[in-house]
Design a protein around this ligand. Structure first.
Ligand code: ZN
Length: 427
């Protein structure tokens, strides 16, 4: 899939200091040491293209973008892979409800998502594939699981063929990411795409690998598997393997993906004889009027509507940055108003020029400590409040340099905001 146009990133020499990142699996914050020296590989779970891009999505991709920028500042090359779940029940149901072709619905929402990502200055992934694009590889992955004795068929009265499931009991790898009890898993699995009570399954959490063709649903020929379409989790395992290789460094997504999606993605990889991610980073949920923002509740605030109404995308970024990425928080007009005031004061400070190495170092220190953006904003607020009073020592150190010589302009806060936070303060 053609992704979006990445923003240009201001040239800021890397600090070389490692990013310390919280890992859901261990519950600890630790330095990220890439499996391949010099290159960090990150998988970010993508959208199901309907109802894009609400602020919950924006929070997830903003957090992943900060991760990329922090890894870059630690001196690493960064490779990101991201999927688009364009073949899935909720999308097909929405298309049916609205009387549109599912491909048209998906394409229009993928376009909208790309516009929003561009507006928010999110760096585009290196690998960006939809399920329909990756279908051959996904079929191959399911086939490998079948050949390895990890897949079984379940009687499917409403189809000519039979559905295939992953037998989790063979490797016993369930719960490796979440660490949840069976009771916790059971409390959410059905509302998050699972089918614990399906007759004929060997285990309640066994995930669907391949769904036999039903009347009116899209289907692909898949040899021994029969005509059908893939389950959800296998797509990310397959696209991660193709784009990054297995294992890789970090899997990222919203905290509602911890279970079942990330637990089961990891279990698929184990069933393939591989490990999945080394660390798992999860961003918090965004609420509106006291309820988690979700498609099922319909209480969504959309990025494109805010932008259409004249909101500066950088103010949206500042609202996101006002909350630690792992925290759950609530969107409000008051937050947006505060962010707009912040943006204006930062821009005014940037327009005055002046260098402030201490502020740049504070930004870096905050970012590399588990992407602590609230602390970064405290440093920027202090900088903006002192605007105009440049650090004379830094001015002297920088000497007479041209405007393009960013590398020779230590302490340029606008450059650091752009490179580290994706926050454009100047034209
Ligand atoms: Zn995923």
């Amino acid at each position: 899939m053609r992704s979006w146009t990445s923003p240009s990133i201001s040239p800021l020499p890397a600090s070389g200091l490692p990013l310390r990142l919280h890992d859901t699996r261990t519950g600890r914050i630790a330095p990220l040491v890439p499996l391949t020296p010099g290159t960090a590989r990150l998988y970010v779970c993508g959208i199901t293209p309907y109802d894009a891009t609400h602020l919950g999505h924006a929070a997830t991709y903003h957090a992943a973008d900060l991760m990329r920028r922090a890894l870059r500042d630690s001196g690493l090359e960064v490779e990101v892979a991201q999927n688009i779940t364009d073949v899935d029940d909720p999308l097909l149901e929405r298309a049916e409800r609205d009387g549109v072709d599912w491909r048209e619905l998906a394409a229009s929402q993928v376009d909208l998502f790309a516009e929003d990502m561009e507006a928010l200055r999110i760096v585009a992934p290196e690998t960006y594939l939809s399920v329909s694009e990756a279908m051959d590889q996904i079929i191959d992955t399911v086939d490998r699981l079948r050949e390895r004795g990890r897949a079984y068929q379940v009687e499917t009265p409403d189809a000519e063929g039979e559905d295939w499931y992953l037998d989790l009991s063979v490797d016993g790898a369930l719960g490796d990411v979440s660490g949840w009890s069976e009771q916790q898993m059971l409390s959410v699995v059905a509302e998050r795409g699972g089918d614990p009570d399906r007759r004929g399954k060997r285990g309640r959490f066994d995930p669907l690998l391949w769904r036999a063709e039903r009347a009116g649903e899209p289907a692909w020929d898949a040899g021994e598997l029969g005509r059908g379409r893939p389950g959800w989790h296998v797509e990310c395992v397959c696209i991660a393997e193709g784009g990054l290789g297995l294992p890789f460094d970090v899997q990222a997504g919203g905290s509602d993906l911890v279970f079942p999606h990330h637990d089961l993605s990891a279990a698929h990889a184990v069933a393939l004889g591989r490990n999945f991610a080394t660390a798992y980073a999860h961003s918090g949920m965004v609420a509106l009027d006291g309820e988690k923002m979700s498609k099922s509740l319909g209480n969504l605030v959309f990025v494109h509507r805010l932008v259409r109404d004249g909101v500066d995308p950088m103010a949206i970024r500042l609202v996101l940055m006002a909350h630690h990425y792992r925290a759950d928080w609530e969107w409000s007009e008051a937050e947006l108003t505060q962010a707009e005031a912040r943006l204006a004061s930062y821009r005014a400070a940037a327009a005055l020029g002046g260098r402030h190495p201490d502020t740049v170092e504070a930004l870096r220190a905050a970012l590399r400590q588990d992407l602590d953006t609230p602390s970064a904003l405290v440093a920027l607020d202090a900088w903006a409040a002192r605007a105009g009073a440049a650090d004379p020592a830094a001015e002297q150190a920088a000497g007479e340099t041209g405007p393009d010589a960013a590398e020779a302009r230590p302490g340029d806060v606008a450059t650091a905001c752009d490179a580290l936070l994706g926050l454009a303060l100047t034209d």
